[in-house]
Design a protein around this ligand. Sequence first.
Ligand code: ZN
Length: 305
Amino acid sequence: MLISAKKILTAARAKRYAVPAFNVNNLEILKAVMSAAEKIRSPVIIQTSEGAIEYAGIEYLAAMIRVAAKGKIPVVMHLDHGKDLRYVKLALANGYNSIMIDGSALPYLKNVAITKKVVALAHPKGVSVEAEIGALAGIEDLISVKEKDAALTNPEEAVRFAKDTKCDSLAIAIGTSHGAYKFKGKTHLDIGRLKKIAKLVALPIVLHGASGVREDLKTMAEKYGAKLGEARGVMDQDIKAAIKNGVAKINIDTDLRLAFTAGMREALHDLPKVIDPRKLLEPSNILMREVAMRKMRLFGSAGKA
Ligand SMILES: [Zn+2]
């Protein structure tokens, strides 16, 4: 069933688990995620970025997600990183019930202004709004305290932003970054900063750039020719600490991409005579399903559907 993001994320924060938000851009990813959710009864947020919409077309994506939401599993249909109001309006017109407006690269007042605009469009339709304050940057790049304070989310600013915009959930920056190359050395998040934010902000907190970049999947992909070198993600123990301290939605894209790539490379290597895409995609589908199930268990969302 289609469920409100505000409702499910508020429940998740109160009960200290996180709802996984998976980025999808084709049928294979969506079916792998839904199969995992059904198997271990986890609610899921299915999200598409502006890039996914450009790739697949919003009507195809919306139709597929609507089918996924017809079953028993609670599903949120979410626009990830809406930056342009054109995509926000497109998502609303296509039945999305949750929108992220990402004004995090803008100065404070402009971020507030664009977020308020989206809240005014979304709330009358019963659509939830996720907003972002602070810039996602690898913590290693921010050496001094001053640099960290300038880039990562400032707790006082976060509470002011939540009040000024009336958004329903808040994405913050505590040292995670997008993609597969998150950390140069040892990985770590600024959990102390998260604790301060969570003390002041009662809203569900959202973590972006939080994939784990599993070593075994990296090794598997590299065995069949991938060159992933220094790819490194967030440790499971940091994810657990984040959930304990107010994070209620965690975005996963890179880990699904890595699983897809590892399975694809293996299949192409092992099945040189096969030209049936369905057979070639099978290992990817199995790996993505397994990755999704592990996330649901790690986040504590398993059994919550
Ligand atoms: Zn993100």
